[in-house]
Design a protein around this ligand. Structure first.
Ligand code: HEM
Length: 232
């Protein structure tokens, strides 16, 4: 058997995507109740949407373990994996395991749905129901995030493999033949640059557009989303 060494598994765009997604989700969540922080909420929501659009493309053109063909599997594979878990001998995967992949697909779908309904709401394309759907999607996404993080911790313990560190460094222990060859730093730089440029210009625009708020207006701050229309 070939010797085990540190091999590259996650390319740089996948890692930049992951941590940017986690930050944009947390930012959107934490600012969702505040009228004063609405510009930040909307900006981080757009960034989340853009990141997912990037990830959908990267799932087809990215490196081996980033590709959907490598980790999106049918129900039979998920059941097999669950059985190996229950038997106390979970199968090891260098990339995403089939159960983790279900959470990942759900996060991408719910992220798209939350972002799209947020966009529609912000542009007044629907009624009250849109706000309900937006909140329901965001809540469902939070639930999946919690399951995702618990799954990552459980899987790290079961396999005695630090998955969080792997999502930071891109590296795991494995044989050289299963590692990826290149980090694809150029695409990561493009992604990080696009996120930074969009975030910066969007917040600058919001700062320019915001009229100096009077004490009367401030009293009305803090009600979720409603005030966006008042600010226009
Ligand atoms: C502190 C919080 C988080 C930690 C520690 C964490 C950790 C991880 C780890 C270790 C993986 C790789 C799993 C594997 O080895 O199969 C992963 C993948 C992933 N996580 Fe997280 N995660 C966190 C938060 C989030 C959040 C908030 C989201 C979504 C809003 C998210 C979405 C994803 C997605 C989509 C993937 C797949 C990555 C890809 O292939 O592009 N994670 N996460």
């Amino acid at each position: 058997m070939a010797p085990t060494q540190r091999i590259l598994v996650w390319d740089i765009p996948t890692r930049v995507f992951h941590w940017s997604l986690a930050v944009s989700f947390a930012t959107s969540w934490l600012t969702s109740e505040s009228e004063r922080l609405a510009a930040i909420h909307v900006t981080s929501g757009y960034i989340l949407l853009g990141l997912i659009a990037f990830r959908l493309a990267w799932g087809f053109i990215g490196s081996r373990y980033a590709r959907f063909s490598e980790f999106v599997r049918g129900p039979a594979a998920v059941i097999d994996y669950a059985k190996s878990l229950l038997a106390g001998r979970p199968r090891h995967f260098i990339g995403h395991n089939p159960a983790g992949a279900v959470a990942i697909v759900l996060l991408l779908v719910l992220g798209l749905a939350t972002g799209a309904t947020g966009y529609a709401m912000y542009n007044e394309l629907g009624g009250e129901w849109l706000e309900e759907v937006h909140e329901a999607c965001a809540n469902a996404m939070l639930a999946v995030v919690v399951i995702h993080v618990l799954g990552v911790i459980a899987s790290s313990l079961l396999h005695k493999e630090n998955l969080v560190r792997a999502m930071i460094t891109g590296r795991k222990d494995g044989t050289a033949d299963v590692g990826i060859q290149r980090g694809n730093g150029f695409f990561a730089l493009l992604l990080a640059g696009a996120v930074a440029a969009f975030g910066w210009s969007s917040l600058q625009d919001a700062a320019k557009a915001a009229p100096a708020k009077s004490g009367h207006e401030k009293k009305h701050e803090g009600k979720k989303h409603e005030g966006k229309k008042h600010d226009d």
